[in-house]
Design a protein around this ligand. Structure first.
Ligand code: PHE
Length: 363
């Protein structure tokens, strides 16, 4: 007997509530159009959407509703809530842009200049240590008259192996270490020596260039090994170059980077694209030769594999090895960063921890 009456009340009440919601929406619109500061907007947010705000107090009535009404009204109020939120954040953004514009007008600075953004207090960032060291090394080589070249991360077998005198059946071509694409034709370059091949295509001797970049190896990581790291390739081709020229370049570079003469040692090293090949090691700057996990207790760190360019590689670059010769090196940039700053684990470098990165704030 009571049921029809109750239903009736629900319908009435739900219509009231709908009206209230509509009212809330239009009130909000009016207040939003009047809000002129970010503080106003925050106030509006709490007045309309806060725990004790207008929407919540209307929604209190929902408890008394029948399931059907509760559902429709619930959906409606969610919809309005979202609309209000979006409107608020849009206006917030617009106000922020406006504030920045006003500031810029007052200071008269050009925001396309990095320094100007600092003036405005808008940018507080630094360069990654690898970028810092890479730029430093590039500057040194630029001052020595070398060009800076680039190459792609995704390479083919030809540039990564074949043209570097590493034929398909060569033991140095360890499949395990290479990230191959499914087509088995493309790969993530395992070294920047690919840039030697690309550089020879672009230039006729004599030439000299460096090519920095990321390289990828499917290796087990430890304190001195990462799967993604950075190298800086160097190549110089001319007539009558010798190992002495190579050593001079390497020594000059290291002296500049460390600001003093550093202890190095040269050992024979095997790479199919150089003959003779060397490993240039540097005294471990983390433990100063005492032995630590970076240098695997040896006191020395492999930093600069290098050698005289193999005649076959020159031939691949359409350069006559009976007229020209050259040297090449592959500087380990992350290791150089570690040695320069005394960092004891390569994994810090790309771990993304801001506490680590922010110690290198240089602009
Ligand atoms: N590409 C070699 C490597 O990644 C390093 C290297 C470069 C050696 C140039 C000799 C000459 O291990």
């Amino acid at each position: 007997m009571f049921l029809p009456i109750l239903m009736h009340t629900f319908v009435w009440e739900s219509m009231d509530m709908l009206k209230e919601l509509e009212q809330l929406k239009s009130d909000f619109k009016t207040s939003l159009s009047k809000a002129a500061t970010k503080t106003h907007l925050l106030e509006l947010k709490s007045v309309y959407l806060g725990k004790k705000g207008k929407l919540s107090s209307i929604l209190k009535g929902l408890k008394e509703m029948g399931p059907k009404e509760r559902k429709t009204l619930g959906q409606k109020s969610n919809e309005y809530k979202r609309e209000i939120e979006t409107a608020l954040s849009k206006k917030m953004e617009a106000l922020e842009v406006f504030e920045i514009d006003e500031k810029l007008k007052k200071t008269g600075v050009d925001p396309t200049y990095r320094e100007s953004l600092f003036d405005l207090g808008l940018m507080e960032a630094g360069l990654h240590p690898v970028t810092l060291v890479q730029r430093e090394v590039e500057d040194i080589f630029l001052s020595m008259g070398l060009d800076i070249l680039d190459g792609p991360h995704i390479e083919d077998d030809y540039h990564n192996f074949e043209a570097l005198n590493i034929p398909a059946d060569h033991p140095a071509r360890d499949m395990q270490d290479t990230f191959w694409f499914k087509d088995l034709k493309h790969l993530l370059r395992t070294h920047t020596s690919t840039i030697q091949i690309r550089g020879m295509k672009m230039q006729r001797p004599p030439f000299k260039f460096v090519g920095p970049g990321k390289v990828f190896r499917s290796e087990r990581t430890d304190a001195s090994h990462e799967m993604v790291f950075h190298q800086l390739e160097g190549m110089m081709v001319d007539k009558d170059l010798s190992v002495a020229n190579l050593i001079y370049f390497m020594k000059t570079l290291l002296t500049e980077v460390f600001g003093k003469e550093t202890e190095v040692r040269l050992r024979p090293g095997f790479f199919p694209f150089v003959e003779p090949g060397f490993e240039l090691d540097i005294r471990c700057q983390v433990c100063h030769g005492k032995g630590c996990r970076v240098c695997k207790q040896s006191g020395w760190v492999e930093l600069l594999p290098c050698g005289m360019v193999h005649p076959n590689v020159l031939r691949f670059g359409r350069i006559d090895p009976s007229v020209y010769n050259g040297f090449a090196f592959g500087l380990g940039l992350d290791r150089l960063v570690m040695m320069k700053y005394g960092i004891d684990d390569i994994r810090h470098i790309h771990g993304g921890d801001l506490r680590f990165i922010s110690q290198f704030r240089m602009y």
